[in-house]
Design a protein. Sequence first.
Length: 188
Amino acid sequence: MNRRVALAAVMALLLAAASVWFSRSTQQGPSEATGGQRHVSDYKMHNFTATYMDADGRPEQRLRAVDMVHFADDDTADLSRPRITLYSPDTSPWHIVAGRGHVGPGGKEVTLDKGVRASRHDSAEGWVEMVTRDMRVRPDDHYAETDSPVTIIDPKSVVHAVGMQAYMKTERLILLSEVQGRYAAPPR
């Protein structure tokens, strides 16, 4: 009988120790391996628009998306079907659309992929469109870049390149490599 009582006491102690360990491990939260926080969304939006204004109250940039999921631990957001508009007082706005996007911490950089199109339509100068699979955009700087193949189309030319840097406010474009183009000369 002593042996049964001792075995029951050991089993009860083991059960109590396991309960205390389980209770503490679930109350402590995320492990140190995850940096102290879990990557879970704190809010979501559907069909949203965020417009940023300049000091005079004019739109400077606009971000729209079908869905946005924000993560508090690193202040990032995932976007589905994002649309970015970059306004400039001197020229027509740039419109950038993609299938998916990721907003970096503080909204300083937006990474776009799944078929990116950047375009500007101006009645005086015509239009221009850039097509690539992915693009990094710094909206505050009106700057975009890609390391991927890109095609730039306007009414007079088609240019293919690998890699591009676009300074949209100053309308400066740098093509990084493998540049090939076709230009339609004006009639004589």
